[in-house]
Design a protein around this ligand. Structure first.
Ligand code: ADP
Ligand code: MG
Length: 331
């Protein structure tokens, strides 16, 4: 692969967390019931994502690392739902593989015979061999940016890179409580959800008992909200006394996709009002349903920041939904 391609890859795969996001998304797309994420040194040395999804044949594994390969035909649908999934459909594995040493081990679900192990280095297939492996797929990314030293220099401390990885995996775990998601860093299990289809159980697994027991349900249909584009707002928000000085715990979703939006954050903060001290944020896992045409995705697709055609109305609707939940609890 030439330098230009590697630089382009560096702009798409910004840091370990971006690779983790793509790999976890692939596992969920493959209908996995469990997804285990293991990282070393914040993901800079090693990222491993193992799933029990539908797996790939040898031809499938070979195709997966090719440029512009996707087995997914829902690209258009994603755009229509208003929140495009990726700026690079069919590019993730190829792109990650061009700036790392990549190994894919996969076996189609319920297939007879062995699985396939493919190794890929800096954009080239090194080997393809049959291997014994469980149903599903294991992708390992080692030495991210080993061949792009300038990009590697931009990596922050292990703690910071891991914080990004943790936030990404947490968001997927909370949005998919029916999938057992685990995260392990440098040999220590950080969390592991049970895979029972229950948001409260997922919050307990990820954030622990203090946070989980403070959670207040939000459950509001559009017709209970002030006028605006939202069809529904649901999820869990913490008691105001359970808060942190970071926005990292505001997990917000639009039509099932993890996004950030100023209007949503401001609506949440407005509902808490003065009950939160300055620069304190609650724990929030909040799902918004909205017709696709009301969302503007083009602010920054990769960073998943969205705006709405009518940000003011969304802010008022989120504020009202969260406020009525807090009020019901005498807050
Ligand atoms: P995209 O997800 O946009 O299709 P990717 O580069 O992420 O592009 O993946 C390429 C293809 O490889 C996918 O379309 C899918 O067919 C296959 N693939 C990748 N990861 C997995 C996985 N964990 N399980 C099954 N198939 C996978
Ligand atoms: Mg993908």
């Amino acid at each position: 692969e030439d330098t230009v391609a590697r630089i382009a890859a560096g702009e798409v795969v910004e840091r370990p967390a971006s690779a983790v996001k793509e790999l976890v998304e692939n596992s969920l797309d493959a209908d996995a019931k469990s997804v285990d994420v293991t990282v070393e040194a914040g993901g800079t040395e090693r990222i491993r994502v193992a799933d029990d999804g539908r797996g790939m044949s040898e031809a499938g594994v070979r195709a997966a690392v090719r440029e512009h390969t996707t087995s997914k035909i829902d690209g258009l649908e994603d755009l229509e739902s208003g929140v495009a999934t990726l700026g690079f459909r069919g590019e993730a594995l190829h792109t990650i593989g061009s700036v790392s040493r990549l190994t894919i081990r996969s076996r189609p679900r319920d297939a007879a015979g062995a699985g396939t192990e493919l190794t890929y280095e800096g954009g080239d297939v090194v080997s393809v061999e049959p291997t014994g492996c469980p149903d599903g797929t294991i992708v390992e990314v080692e030495d991210l940016f080993y061949n792009t030293p300038a990009r590697r220099k931009f990596l922050k401390t292990t703690a910071t890179e891991f914080a990004h990885v943790n936030r990404v995996v947490t968001r997927y775990a909370l949005a998919n409580p029916e999938v057992a998601v685990s995260l392990t860093h440098d040999g220590r299990e950080v969390f592991s959800t049970t895979g029972q289809d229950d948001l409260q159980a997922a919050v307990l697994a990820v954030y622990g008992r203090e946070v989980a027991s403070s959670m207040i349900p939000v459950e509001t249909d559009g017709d209970e909200l002030p006028p605006g584009p939202l069809d529904a707002v649901s999820g869990l928000v913490s008691h105001p006394e359970v808060n942190r000085s970071s926005r990292d715990y505001l997990a917000t979703y639009v039509n099932g996709r993890a996004v950030t939006a100023d209007a949503v954050r401001e609506g949440i903060m407005g509902a808490y009002g003065t009950q939160l001290g300055g620069d304190r944020y609650p724990f929030v896992t909040l799902f918004l349903e909205v017709p696709g045409e009301a969302v503007d995705v083009n602010v920054h697709p990769r960073k998943r920041e969205v705006r709405f055609d009518d940000d003011d109305a969304v802010r008022r609707q989120v504020d009202a939904a969260v406020e009525s939940a807090l009020l019901e609890h005498g807050l």
